[in-house]
Design a protein around this ligand. Structure first.
Ligand code: NDP
Length: 322
């Protein structure tokens, strides 16, 4: 079968399509013929070696497809099931072997592209808004990169929870998409100082929570936007890593909370995974959560998909087709 392989970490050009042996499922595993593959920013961190994986590897943490066969002891799925998953490496391929407990059976109304667009960023939006900082009706929150894959879903879920959402984006087109998704206010943080704007918009009070996945270029301003006892949810670093922080800063700025969560710890059991995925897929099926699949590339064009994602040229979800 064909798969994208990374022999050495580096730029998008290290993503090379190769012929690799057909994988076989071991105990507790299932072989899935992939129909749609999700591209996520974590794939960039893996490719550049910021999050380390043993070399060589096949990147990709999200996919949807049909179970072809299962190994011994598998009870969750069987051959022929339509499934999707997130947070298991190796999705940039025609087939993938996965731990069966991580596979979620798809409702008939959810197609493979929607499933591959929903699992990782959808469950992330779910845990961030419902568990890490459980948004209360009447809260005002600040969300960076609001028109991104995770961003557009976080806006919608925050609105479902009754929040007022201030989003930041880099372009007018992204501002339009964020507003369409429900953002109450949108700041072009590449043109305006978002900290000043947030203070203006909140009458100097600040926000209950900041969802910051941009990191290096935003985290200081983000801390300054919080109300006393507010929560800084630092969940990524698209602009680069955040340097070490002196905990005393949290006291000085108002007894703030700082957390650096990861989806893996918020979907660590089958029960939690099925509950979060069930909510996300259910809302999509009912039309209560809208996906935006902006770009679909052939698997062989994975490098171009990465160039566009890193180059801030994408909105919503990016998919690969095997
Ligand atoms: P996005 O679609 O949001 O793409 C990243 C966006 O970040 C860009 O479109 C851009 O939006 C913004 N950005 C700001 N500065 C930069 C920069 N210097 N270079 C590149 N992008 C920049 O990606 P995802 O939805 O896949 O992921 C969003 C973030 O969430 C990532 O940091 C990812 O690691 C994190 N994440 C964390 C998870 C967790 O559990 N902790 C799970 C899932 C995602 P703009 O042009 O508007 O600035």
């Amino acid at each position: 079968m064909k798969a994208i392989r990374v022999q050495n970490c580096g730029g998008p050009e290290v993503l090379k399509l190769e012929e690799v042996p057909q994988p076989q499922p071991g105990p507790g595993q299932a072989l899935v013929k992939l129909q749609a593959i999700g591209v996520n920013f974590i794939d960039v961190y893996h490719r550049i070696g910021f999050y380390k994986l043993p070399l060589p590897f096949t990147p990709g943490m999200e996919g949807a497809g049909i179970v072809e066969s299962v190994g011994s002891g598998v009870t969750e799925v069987q051959a022929g099931d339509r499934v999707a998953y997130a947070m298991a490496v190796g999705a940039y391929a025609e087939q993938a072997v996965l731990p069966s407990w991580q596979l979620v059976k798809l409702p008939a109304s959810i197609d493979f592209s929607s499933a591959a667009a929903a699992m990782l960023q959808g469950m992330t939006a779910h845990y961030l808004t419902h568990s890490t900082y459980a948004i209360q009706s009447g809260d005002t929150i600040l969300l960076h990169a609001a028109a991104g894959g995770a961003g557009l879903l976080i806006i919608q879920m925050a609105k479902q929870c009754g929040a007022s959402v201030i989003g930041t984006v880099s372009t007018e087109e992204k501002a339009r998409l964020a507003r369409e998704a429900g953002a109450d206010e949108v700041i072009l943080y590449t043109q305006t100082d978002f900290e000043t704007e947030v203070k203006k918009l909140t009458g100097g009070k600040g926000v209950q929570a900041v969802y910051d996945s941009v990191g290096k270029t935003t985290y200081q301003g983000s801390l300054n936007c919080l109300k006393p006892r507010g929560m800084m949810v630092l969940f990524g670093q698209s602009s680069g890593p955040v340097p070490p922080i002196d905990p005393g800063i949290l006291a000085a700025k108002g007894s703030l909370f700082l957390t650096r969560p990861s989806l893996g710890h918020y979907s660590a059991t089958r029960e939690e995974l099925l509950s979060r995925a069930g909510d996300v897929l259910g809302w999509i099926a009912k039309g209560e959560l809208k996906l935006r699949v902006a770009k679909t590339f052939a698997l062989s064009d994975a490098a171009e998909a990465h160039r566009q994602l890193e180059g801030r040229l994408t909105t919503g979800k990016v998919l690969l087709t095997p």
